[in-house]
Write a protein that binds this ligand. Sequence first.
Ligand SMILES: *Cc1c(COP(=O)(O)O)cnc(C)c1O
Length: 348
Amino acid sequence: MRSDIDRIPEYVPGKSIEEIKKKYGLKRIIKLASNENPYGFSPKVAEILKNQYRLNVYPPSDPGELRERIADYIGYEPEMIALSAGMDGVLESVFKMLIDPGDAVCYAPPTFPYYSILSRIYRANEVWLKRNSNYRMAEYVKGAKLTIICTPNNPTGNSEDFDFVREVVESVRGYVFIDEAYAEFAERDMLKLAEYENVIIGRTFSKAFGLANLRIGYGIMHPSLRKAFMRVNPPFSLSSVAISAALAALEDIDWMKETVRKIVYGRGWLHSELEKIAKPVKSDANFIFFETEITSRDLAERLERRGVIIRSLRNFDGAGENAVRVSVGTEEQNKIFIDTLREVLCSR
Ligand SMILES: *Cc1c(COP(=O)(O)O)cnc(C)c1O
């Protein structure tokens, strides 16, 4: 065993419906803890799932057609698209490709916990950057080997300013990873910055496209970076089922956009309801960060007892004691969540 294994935190996923059902003996549970798309995926994806797949043979290692369709979707060349098992897979391969032990990896808490986990696995020198009062990044480090910018940021939901991100890209000596897992829910994106040779933009089919279970992520990067990436990325990262599902999802972008429209509408409703009883932050993603008077652990538990799972941010460095994150659900789920939250906060 490596000597620093205990320094690597476990990834703590959102609690599952089965877990809470069993614990409290409840019938109806709603899960708003993992930023999944409550409307699921396009009916075109459901169609391909009826196909017979030759599961005894390996999938293509670097599926060209999928890279072409993704290239059409985002407006870059297929030579700039690298696929992996979810954006988590992309992130890991980026660390493998760039990080020597001791290199500075900079990011701004509270943010996606996997950056910290990877920094420790790859023995990087983790540097925490400050955020200002509206959760925008307030600084960067010129000498950083890798700066990670999550926009919209998980868990706070705010976007970074385009000009700020461009300034970081143009000022640092190293690379900038822009995590755009939630770009489809925001009005603006950072795609234009993929023109810089030191930029990698991470995207995923897990959130807006509703395919979290199939593990499909991609990085947009300069072709020379892609070559290095492919040396370290595990072969056969995407199953044929995942490849076909992603292609089908891209054939039906209107369907995804319609679910995004509904989620953005729900987000507006949730925010205005939350404002009456808690302190929510304006979100450009499919979730809302908010604080109440009670600790996140307490709040999450009281909601779970009543069949509503949200995310306590206890294991998100820098989120504070009282912050939680709720994913935007369907209209009905949002109503149940607000009613239950009101009950919890008022019955004390
Ligand atoms: C969900 C998420 C990811 C990872 O998504 P995959 O399911 O691995 O594609 C990456 N970054 C952020 C900020 C996320 O919230």
